[in-house]
Design a protein around this ligand. Structure first.
Ligand code: FMN
Length: 212
């Protein structure tokens, strides 16, 4: 594959500020984005996060208020909330081990040691450590979704600019032990979004990459 075509989707995408309110993702496009998120690798395979597809216009307007009135919250075709488990319990480990037994038809006796290993490992962590770790895993999924969108020629904007306490309240996440730390707006760029014409600002690889 030529370098130019490999990088083309990465060069084409940009953090969309203004979406075309008349163009929507198809069910299939949304499905592909959600599958890209689901297939994202995570540490130990635990997938310690949830993605909420926020379709309610009312909730999206409230999130826009919590998000410093950024129009992407309400105007994009779709809005995904990325929420990590805020100090997860052993349930997540049991979920993973039980799924492994089921999907790989693994011998439970052979995998029980690994279940205990994971429980001991995470059992020694504080709630804050687990939450921080879960958030990092969640961001891998966000990155994966951003790239998937670009490959599908869909516009997107990751959004961290919001009051997280308010957003958690709006989405009723606290009682579910979830914490939203990022959103992803998806759709089609408005022809009036001037940002699309700006060149990318990135440090040169001589600064970013060091060969040792
Ligand atoms: C995790 C994350 C959070 C971001 N939050 C916002 C945001 O709240 N509002 C916004 O307009 N852009 C936001 N951005 C967009 C970045 O500013 C943008 O991706 C970066 O400047 C690089 O520009 P580009 O995406 O156009 O190449 C966010 C990007 C990421 C990855």
């Amino acid at each position: 594959m030529k370098t130019e075509s490999f990088l083309s989707s990465r060069l084409w995408r940009y953090a969309t500020k203004r979406f075309d309110t008349n163009q929507n993702l198809s069910e299939e496009q949304l499905h592909l984005i959600l599958e890209s998120i689901r297939l994202t690798p995570t540490s130990y395979g635990l997938q310690p996060f949830k993605v909420l597809v926020v379709n309610s216009i009312n909730l999206r307007e409230q999130l826009r208020s919590a998000g410093f009135d950024q129009p992407q919250f309400s105007d994009a075709s779709h809005l995904l909330a990325f929420a990590h488990y805020d100090g997860f319990s052993e349930d997540l480990i049991d979920r993973y081990i039980d799924l492994t037994i089921e999907i790989r038809q693994a011998d439970p006796a052979k995998i029980e040691g690994y279940r205990s290993f994971l429980k001991n490992l995470f059992g020694a962590w504080s709630t804050e450590q687990k939450s921080h770790w879960a958030d990092k895993q969640m961001y891998l999924a966000l990155g994966s979704a951003l790239q998937a969108a670009a490959e599908l020629k869909l516009d997107s904007c990751a959004l961290e600019g919001f009051d997280s306490k308010k957003a958690n309240e709006i989405l009723g996440l606290t009682e579910k032990h979830l914490k939203v730390t990022a959103f992803l707006a998806l759709g089609y760029r408005s022809s009036e979004d001037a940002t699309q014409h700006l060149p990318k600002v990135r440090v040169p690889s001589s600064v970013l990459v060091e060969i040792i």
